[in-house]
Design a protein around this ligand. Structure first.
Ligand code: SF4
Length: 446
């Protein structure tokens, strides 16, 4: 009988990717993913350190799991608990001090060793938070596509050291997979039914992997090679840093129709003073110039971004510069957060921390503006046609749901036969966060 594996995933797509790969690594040992932790043989809490009080949230989740673990033991079974991801990397052995019932602590660079760790944990608690010289990707099994849209991690770690961010400490230095291994994985995903691949990296456009015939390629060249894979319909990449938007990548937006015309390009602030304090190494004007070049390359390109409001030292003038940048760019969507200190980062110790009520008030103003822009972007699609990748059943009978090229959620009444295909849909109405559509012309499924 299959052993039950439950993985609780916090955070971004990179963690979702890692969770899927952990399940693949453990499959040869007989572990199959279960929908919940109750009755599981192994529970992995795959953590994220980006959000506020991340470690506290993990420990309260572990407390809940402890009760399930005890119940399992009272029934004569055993539930192993593993903590993975960035909180595991940051806390290491300290996790055992607060949660001695945890069996495994494993960092983001060593989860390919989970089979050995699980075997060792049967005897004693174990921690593995190395940064091994051999990348984990060399040891992971061939991935399986789970639906028409797949993630593919091409880059990990970061050398930028933005002063608010824990990633360089928890994920380590920048590492790029070779083009050959990325292309092999992409072909395997497409063979398994993937129509869309999203390339992932903490700083994905810093990718500079070993080329097929020696030397290195940049992300733009990699995208061109991926675009040549028959059957692959869509390519995306996330998350990018403005400094790494080079000519070749911008040209890929111009030349590769498979590269979706939607780019998540975090700017964080519109104030040069705050950008310098964040160690972003670009100014607001640099960002605007990059946006201009991107839009010159691809007229229909739309952008989303990340903003941090109330960074230490931010005054009303700085915040006004952020609002000004938002008005100049016009975003199709964005994520805005109040600044909150991450232990161990330079910004956490900065003077001039902004009072909570000021942060909340500024965040509300920014979100109103961003919300208006997103709603306007969505409204502009009413009456137009869009290619939508229909990837799941909708909430109502006969309804399917998918994503437009711009990552808009689209709902349509359509036969289940067109699930897992790209269909041309006519947008009939828009909500702030989604679109409703009808089928314009049914295309044969690949
Ligand atoms: S570029 Fe992104 S991942 Fe790297 S330090 Fe800055 S915010 Fe963190």
């Amino acid at each position: 009988m299959a052993k039950k594996l439950f993985i609780k995933t916090y955070g971004c797509q990179m963690n979702a990717y890692d969770s899927a790969r952990m399940a693949e690594v453990l499959a040869p040992l007989g572990y199959a993913r279960a929908p919940g932790a109750d009755g599981a043989d192994l529970v992995i809490v795959n953590t994220c350190h980006i959000r506020e009080h991340a470690a506290e949230k993990v420990f309260s989740e572990l407390g809940r799991l402890r009760r399930l673990q005890q119940r399992r033991a009272s029934e004569g079974g055993r539930m192993l608990i593993a903590v993975a991801g960035c909180v595991a990397q940051a806390e290491g052995n300290a996790i055992f001090a607060r949660a001695p019932y945890v069996d495994i602590v494993v960092g983001p660079q060593t989860y390919h060793r989970l089979p050995e760790l699980v075997a060792a944990a049967m005897r004693a608690r174990i921690v593995d938070c190395d940064f091994p010289p051999e990348p984990k990707f060399d040891h992971l099994p061939e991935p399986r596509a789970d639906g028409p849209s797949a993630f593919l991690s091409v880059q990990e770690g970061c050398d930028k050291f933005c002063s608010f961010c824990v990633v360089p400490y928890t994920r380590g230095a920048e590492y790029s997979r070779s083009a050959a291994s990325v292309l092999d994985e992409a072909r395997a995903l497409v063979d398994g039914g993937a129509l869309e691949i999203t390339l992932l990296g903490q700083n994905v456009n810093a990718w500079h992997g070993e080329a097929l015939a020696g030397g290195t390629w940049g992300l733009g060249r990699l995208i061109r090679e991926l675009a040549a894979i028959p059957g692959l319909a869509r390519i995306r990449y996330t998350t990018s840093h403005p400094l790494d938007m080079d000519e070749e990548l911008i040209a890929a937006h111009r030349d590769e129709p498979k590269l979706m015309p939607f780019l998540h390009l975090p700017v964080q602030s519109g104030s040069d003073r705050i950008l310098a304090a964040m160690n972003r190494r670009h100014r607001a004007a640099d960002y605007l110039r990059i946006v201009e070049r991107l839009r010159a390359a691809r007229r229909d390109l739309a952008l989303s971004s990340d903003f941090i409001v109330g960074f230490p030292g931010e005054n009303e003038e700085d915040f006004a510069a952020t609002l000004d940048l938002v008005r100049q760019v016009g975003f199709a969507g964005a994520y805005a957060f109040k600044y909150s200190a991450r232990p161990g980062t330079p910004a956490a110790a900065k003077e001039g921390q902004v009072p909570m009520e000021v942060k909340e008030e500024r965040l509300a103003r920014l979100q109103v503006l961003l919300g208006e822009q997103q709603a306007a972007f969505n409204r502009a699609w009413v009456g137009r046609s869009s290619d939508v990748l229909l990837e799941r059943r909708g909430r109502y009978p006969g309804q399917l749901a998918g994503r437009s090229p711009y990552m808009q959620a689209v709902h349509v009444r359509a036969p289940a036969t067109v699930l897992n295909s790209v269909q041309r849909l006519r947008i009939v109405s828009a909500q702030p966060n989604s679109l409703a559509a009808e089928i314009e012309e049914e295309r044969a499924c690949a």
